[in-house]
Design a protein around this ligand. Structure first.
Ligand code: ADP
Length: 296
């Protein structure tokens, strides 16, 4: 498998940094403001491309001003894209205060229009397909039914507004974070031991590889034979936005280069750790060379 396809969401993120978050009816002054592409699909694709994999992003944007911004940004990455047009471009408005607390509203827009008809003519074989849950669940089911047999599917059950057992058991890897793993397993995760237990519940339920992303505690893999813990790289964390997406993109990218899953997770941990040292989601995603230089 030497290619990665990401079928997922593309948004424009508008980020405002201020002292405190606004109360209802309050207008506050933002100290700074950024516009950049986001959406879990776009983020994971950019991470995979920066980590050196031949990557294609498939998704929908609006034929509008924000859509053209996305095309400009994506054009600067070493990324193939099959971008179609739907209603207005998906948007996220993000307010972050000086303590890193945030408030986010998301408008799904064109991401909600990505349907099975849009994928009918797209052939994908012998590749890695990455999914997240910001496009219609019917479309995700279609991807598993159509492409699941000849490809390796990595599903990030995020955001976890919906739990679809067909999708989860039809995936080759499920990659929840702690919150998502708690929801999926029905148990609170307060320690590494809890995370091990939750991974056992999830493995039993879905009979597939479980990777749990544990934030500053690193990550773990339960492949049914063993549970392996991957300790985090020690970094000075500033902003964890998009760390999980960076991890997934890097993991998929490494799997195109080696069949060593443990090594791929180790490198994904390093890439994601580097991403939390800088602000923003994709602007902080490292290139393979950054990871090699920092950790060798
Ligand atoms: P999500 O962004 O989905 O909530 P996490 O917060 O679990 O995901 O972060 C994803 C990965 O990023 C972790 O598994 C870990 O590898 C890395 N990571 C996150 N926070 C830190 C940190 N403070 N120090 C080192 N690595 C981190």
């Amino acid at each position: 498998m030497n290619r990665v396809f990401v079928i997922g969401s593309i948004n424009v993120d508008i980020l405002m940094l201020s002292d405190h978050l606004p109360e209802p009816g309050e207008t506050i002054k933002a100290g700074s403001f950024y516009v950049y592409p986001g959406g879990k699909g776009a983020n994971q694709a950019i991470s995979s491309a920066r980590m050196g994999a031949n990557t294609t992003l498939i998704g929908k944007i609006g034929n509008d001003y924000f859509g053209s911004l996305i095309k400009d940004f994506i054009g600067k990455e070493n990324l193939n894209s099959i971008i179609m047009y739907g209603q207005k471009t998906g948007m996220a408005f993000i307010n972050v205060d000086k303590n890193g607390k945030n408030m986010i509203s998301v408008f799904s827009g064109a991401n909600n229009d990505l349907r099975e008809e849009d994928l009918k003519d797209i052939k994908i074989d012998n590749s890695i397909i990455m999914l997240q849950q910001e496009i219609p669940m019917d479309t995700i089911e279609y991807v598993i039914k159509t492409y699941g047999r000849n490809n390796l599917i990595i599903t990030d059950p995020s955001p976890i507004n919906e739990i679809n057992d067909f999708v989860l058991s039809g995936s080759d890897y499920i990659t929840p974070n702690e919150v998502e793993a708690s929801k999926l397993s029905g148990m609170h995760i307060n320690s590494r031991e809890d995370a091990f237990k939750a991974s056992e519940i999830l493995y039993k339920k879905y009979q597939t590889n479980i990777i749990i992303k544990l934030g500053s505690y690193g990550s773990l893999l339960n492949n049914g034979n063993e549970i392996r813990y991957f300790k985090p790289s020690t970094v000075n964390a500033r902003d964890t936005t998009g760390a999980g997406d960076c991890f997934n993109g890097a993991f998929a990218a490494m799997l195109t280069k080696t069949s060593d899953v443990n090594k791929s997770i180790e490198i994904a941990n390093m890439a994601a750790a580097l991403s939390v040292t800088e602000y923003g989601a994709f602007p902080s995603f490292p290139y393979l060379n950054d990871v090699k230089t920092k950790f060798n």
